[in-house]
Ligand binder design. Structure first.
Ligand code: SF4
Length: 267
């Protein structure tokens, strides 16, 4: 190629700017002040307000509400399920039941890398001495890879679930990386009565472990029953100074011990 032709060639520019900023999240929170959850989800799922979106779901105790709302608007929406290989069999059966009952056609099972598991958790016991490392292998890394294809994720988190989730906004920036991906929490202001009423109104099936005393359900080794009056998430990683799995970090402080900085878990 001659020098003159090269000089005339358009310069490829790759934008490295984050997709969304804190100002964008603030503006979206203002825009949807007073709007219903269905209105918000309609704009996100039907009108593509925030680009390519995926739901991140644990198919846990309250997941059916968000999944029903999403299925009512756009049943082919991608739904990312972190199949950590450590779930209760009841959770896997419940996932399959909800897929069929709600007509979800976009559920994707995200599994840990087999070679990484063999190298770092061949015994399947890393959860017992290094839960942060276990969550990183089985949740954080698989989810990060999947979310790289999306502009925003939708979570089922609620502000009432724990002290660390109080004041949760409906829109926030996902600080897991520098992409500036948006995290949408359409149920942020729902309370436990709202959840129960939605289950009843729409005759949604309950996760089979709820009746056995598990109001919050994650992987089987790290989930225990919760006594009356306890924080609903008190049964998660009981005995550890750990409240989230590395997909959602409360606030911006490092309360996750050895978790990678800025990782913000979902479940
Ligand atoms: S919740 Fe427990 S078993 Fe599941 S990935 Fe995290 S540490 Fe491992």
């Amino acid at each position: 190629m001659s020098t003159s032709r090269a000089a005339n060639r358009p310069i490829d520019r790759i934008s490295t700017a984050p997709a969304f900023t804190e100002a964008d999240a603030d503006a979206l929170n203002s825009r949807f002040t007073g709007a219903s959850t269905q209105e918000l989800l309609g704009s996100v799922l039907r009108e593509g307000l925030v680009g390519r979106v995926a739901v991140v779901s644990s198919f846990g105790a309250e997941s059916a509400v968000l999944l029903h709302l999403v299925a009512s608007i756009a049943p082919a929406t991608p739904v990312l399920f972190l199949d950590t290989r450590r779930h209760f069999p009841e959770t896997l059966a419940y996932r399959d039941l909800l897929i069929e009952r709600l007509g979800l056609t976009g559920v994707l099972n995200l599994t840990p890398d087999a070679a990484v598991l063999e190298a770092r958790d061949a015994s399947n016991l890393r959860w017992s001495y290094d839960p942060d490392g276990c969550c990183e292998i089985r949740k954080v890394v698989p989810l990060a890879g999947a979310l790289a294809h999306f502009d925003a994720s939708i979570t089922g988190r609620k502000g009432f679930q724990s002290d660390t989730r109080a004041g949760l906004p409906r829109f926030e920036i996902d600080h897991a990386d520098t992409a500036g991906r948006l995290k949408v929490n359409p149920l942020a202001d729902w309370n436990s009565d709202d959840i129960a009423a939605y289950f009843a109104t729409h005759d949604l099936p309950a996760h089979p472990l709820v009746a056995q005393g598990y109001p919050s359900i994650g992987c089987s080794p790290c989930t225990s029953k919760v006594a009356p009056g306890e924080d609903p998430r008190a049964g998660r990683w009981r005995g550890w100074d750990k409240t989230e799995c590395g997909i959602h970090v409360p606030g911006q402080d490092d309360t996750e011990g050895d978790l990678p900085p800025e990782f913000d878990p979902v479940f």
